[in-house]
Ligand binder design. Sequence first.
Ligand code: XMP
Length: 316
Amino acid sequence: PFHIEDFKREMIAGIKEKVGDKQVVCGVSGGVDSTVLAVLLKEAGVNMRAIFVDHGLLRKDEGDEVRSNFHRMGVEIETIECSGLFLSELEGEGDPETKRKIIGNLFVDVFWEAVGDAQMLAQGTLYPDVIESASNEKSKASVIKTHHNRVQRILDLQEQGKVLEPLAELFKDEVRELGASLGIPADILNRHPFPGPGLAVRCPGVVDEKRLRIIRECDNIFISRLKDHGWYDKVWQAYACLVPVKTVGVKGDERSYEWAINLRAVVSEDAMTADWVELPYQILRETSHRILNEVDGINRVLYDVSTKPPASIEWE
Ligand code: XMP
């Protein structure tokens, strides 16, 4: 049986031994894995820098929320604010794979520049990630191609024993258990997963400030309705994404011609398959009512009833 307290003690001792008085850098996103990692490093008393890259594709007030969460846990983080850079590089680009590549490459560049000449790097790699990258040589090769120099740097550090991956033997639920035993509040441990490329994959086609604002406002309304009705923790992931198709409506006594917003809520075990959730109509009704009354640019609200497969969880 898995005894979290013993495991935690061993982990902390192992980290102390491996790190000594070297400085360790880790990236944090506000997600569960990197949060548990950062708190574990703090608990081990190592000299640490936690770097948070704000690429401007985050949800409403997410940067502030992440900073206040870490503050609550006594971990100091450095924010690299570069939303202008990401938005300008994405300008006019509508192809999903190209968008992902632009974001992924920029992210790696920005992060490594902030890292400078770090003595050690810590990553929140979990056991399923280890399995996946071992069995997925083909996609690894293409990633290595695009990120060549940076990935080479990780490999070099790895060879020198300078990459720390303390969570690499754990599954997600064990990471949550570890997080709880480190005193991380439940609302942080129960956050829904959020994709690395952020709202860009919830904004089909081109990304710009106006579209991001609409997505943020609608998403915020939907999530707040789920939380108020006690449904946030019952679903695996929920969000709003833009459907950039204009349709005709009436607002006030004028004809409107505006985009639609799509609400999606799914349950899943491992993100490989997913089912849509039979949310109470009251939640959908309140969400729709508020979006149609409060969000400029939207005159239609849709609910996504697609399973994965054949649909994916995100729209891109
Ligand atoms: P899909 O859309 O492929 O998503 O059904 C499955 C899960 O993975 C998340 N996702 C990502 N997470 N980087 C991430 O860290 C990504 O590029 C990425 N793309 C999708 C998605 O939110 C869902 O939980």
